[in-house]
Every structure is written in structure tokens, then in C-alpha cells.
Design a protein around this ligand. Structure first.
Ligand SMILES: [Zn+2]
Length: 143
């Protein structure tokens, strides 16, 4: 635990300023932490008074990460069929309702699913056109 003089903002001790603009700690990269500081001169990621909260956050983050991994493991490799995609979105929906998956993850998954469906539609139409053209003996115009 860093030594902080009680009742005295760290910025003042360093030379006149009431509050430092940035957290006094170093980030993991070794660069000064750019986060806004709390009155003790450290940001909420570095301040010892936020330790308990941080642990809570990282536990939550860990749970979310493992949920994301669990969903990922249920995704088959390669292309998804519409049925697979529908099943996957069902899992995502269940996860959100059960509170196991963050709504943001579900939104992202839904966006990707929508994009995949759009691509599939275009591919299907192109394949059908190609088939019709082959049947009509006209072939595909290039360009
Ligand atoms: Zn910091």
C-alpha cells in the first residue's frame, strides 16, 4: 500500500497544485496512467481504497469472459447454416434473460448474425441467377 498522508491531497504535496490531472501510478505498459484521479491522487484502478470494488469488477469481468467462451465453444467451425445461426441466437437470448450474458455481447452477436443473413441472401440470389443463366444458356456477363 502506498503511503498517503492523511487529509492531504497528493497533488498538493508535489508542488502547489490541488489536484493532479492524472493518476500518479504507472499503467501496466509502464507509461503514466492517464485515468482521472480520485482525491488521493490515484485513479479508481490504482487507488487502494477501491481495491474491493476492483476485485468485484474483475470477478464480474471474468464471469462474462467465461460466458463468452462458453458460447464460442458452441459455435461450430466454418459456415453456419440458418438453423445453426437460429440456435445460436436462441442461446444468446437465453443467456441474456438468465443474466449470464451481457446485453452488449448479445447486441454484437445479433448484428453479426444479421450481417451473415444478408450475405447469405445475396449469395443465394447470385447462385440462383447463375443457375437460371446456365439453364438459359446465356452464361454470366463479366463486369
Ligand atoms: Zn491509475
Amino acid at each position: 500500500m502506498p503511503t498517503i498522508v492523511a487529509g492531504r491531497p497528493a497533488g498538493e504535496a508535489r508542488g502547489g497544485r490541488m489536484m493532479p490531472e492524472r493518476c500518479r501510478a504507472l499503467a501496466k505498459s509502464g507509461k503514466p496512467c492517464a485515468a482521472a484521479p480520485l482525491p488521493d491522487g490515484l485513479c479508481r484502478w490504482h487507488s487502494p481504497t477501491w481495491e474491493a470494488k476492483r476485485r468485484e469488477w474483475s470477478a464480474k469481468g471474468g464471469a462474462q469472459r467465461s460466458n463468452a467462451n462458453r458460447v464460442r465453444k458452441q459455435i461450430p467451425d466454418g459456415l453456419l447454416t440458418t438453423a445453426e445461426l437460429r440456435g445460436l441466437m436462441g442461446l444468446v437470448l437465453k443467456g441474456v434473460i438468465a443474466g449470464k450474458l451481457e446485453p452488449g455481447v448479445a447486441t454484437a452477436a445479433a448484428n453479426v448474425a444479421r450481417a451473415m443473413i444478408e450475405i447469405a441472401k445475396v449469395v443465394e440470389v447470385e447462385e440462383r441467377i447463375a443457375e437460371l443463366e446456365r439453364a438459359a444458356g446465356i452464361g454470366r456477363r463479366s463486369g
